[in-house]
Design a protein around this ligand. Structure first.
Ligand code: SAM
Length: 286
């Protein structure tokens, strides 16, 4: 099968199968060989790697992954794409296609089955409507992984990379930076996809830390604290935390902890670093 990164080949496959794009699944297929080459290079795929691909579409990137990796496991929700994938990937015997919703799959079990529980690399041109739950799911379920190299909406890539004091800084930035080192490796304009998305895209690589850069006694409660801090962006941290029923802390306790840390009682969540959130969490829940 000829490379689907070439637009004419993708169009031929879509016509052959009378494929209808499903907006609800965030289907924008890549049609740019140089972007595909850059994703594979950024993910540093070798013949030792087992790769998990989320949303293979018609198999465009899967072809590149199958060439570079030892094994590829591709999870696609849209059942109308399965016969197409069987066709476009028929030349490869190292690809497993699963017709599943990635948010419902036991990814740890998949990694056990296909890579003996050793760390995999995740590579995907993600469906943008579920970018955050997919990434958080991989991290929070402690899926053994080396890196995640993904195409996301440009704005979301920026959010993953920024630090305190910027408008994009939030719960996603902190969660990503607790688990991994983020690096934007390419900006990708809408004309590299069919159909064209109405937002700019970027490829970001998240390299998993072996140890998180900060130590915290209760990871789960720190993230609950972080979420509560950014839920009410315009409120001070003391009010935001005091109002969050699930945390069970009073405004007075929050104010006292901030004071012990030498922070102003009117500080907002967006000013705190990951290290400060970890310290605040330990003071409140430790
Ligand atoms: N990888 C292909 C490419 O680059 O051309 C397609 C990328 S497209 C942006 C996203 C793909 O994810 C679509 O094929 C879509 O059907 C699939 N998808 C959407 N939601 C999914 C889910 N919950 N689980 C698995 N795949 C999903």
């Amino acid at each position: 099968m000829a490379s689907l990164g070439i637009p004419q080949n993708t169009i031929e496959v879509l016509q052959k199968y009378h494929f209808n794009f499903q907006k609800k699944y965030g289907q924008n297929f890549l049609i740019d060989t140089s972007v595909l080459d850059r994703i594979i290079a950024a993910a540093e795929i070798s013949k030792e790697d087992c790769v998990l691909e989320i949303g293979p579409g018609i198999g465009t990137m899967t072809q590149y992954l199958a060439e570079a990796a030892r094994e590829v496991v591709a999870v696609e929700i849209d059942k109308s794409l399965i016969p197409i994938l069987k066709d476009t990937l028929s030349a490869y015997d190292n690809v497993t296609i699963l017709n599943e919703d990635i948010l419902k799959v036991d990814i740890n079990a998949l990694v056990n089955e296909h890579n003996g529980g050793r760390p995999v690399k995740v590579v995907a041109n993600l469906p943008y409507y579920i970018t955050t739950p997919i990434i958080m799911g991989l991290f929070e379920q402690h899926v053994p992984l080396k890196s995640i190299t993904i195409m996301v909406q440009k704005e979301v890539a920026d959010r993953m990379q920024v630090g305190p004091g910027t408008k994009d800084y939030g719960a996603l930035s902190l969660a990503v930076q607790y688990y991994a080192k983020p690096e934007i490796v390419a900006n990708v304009p809408p004309n590299c996809f069919i159909p064209r998305p109405n937002v700019g895209s970027a490829v970001i690589r998240l390299t998993r830390y072996e140890e998180p850069p900060v130590k915290v006694k209760d990871e789960k409660r720190m993230f609950a604290l972080i979420r509560a801090s950014f839920n009410q962006r315009r409120k001070t941290l003391v009010n935001g935390l005091g109002n969050a029923a699930n945390l069970q802390i009073t405004k007075e306790q929050a104010a006292q902890a901030l004071e012990q840390m030498g922070l102003s009682p009117t500080v907002r969540g967006e000013a705190l670093t990951l290290m400060e959130f970890a310290e605040l969490s330990d003071r409140l829940f430790g």
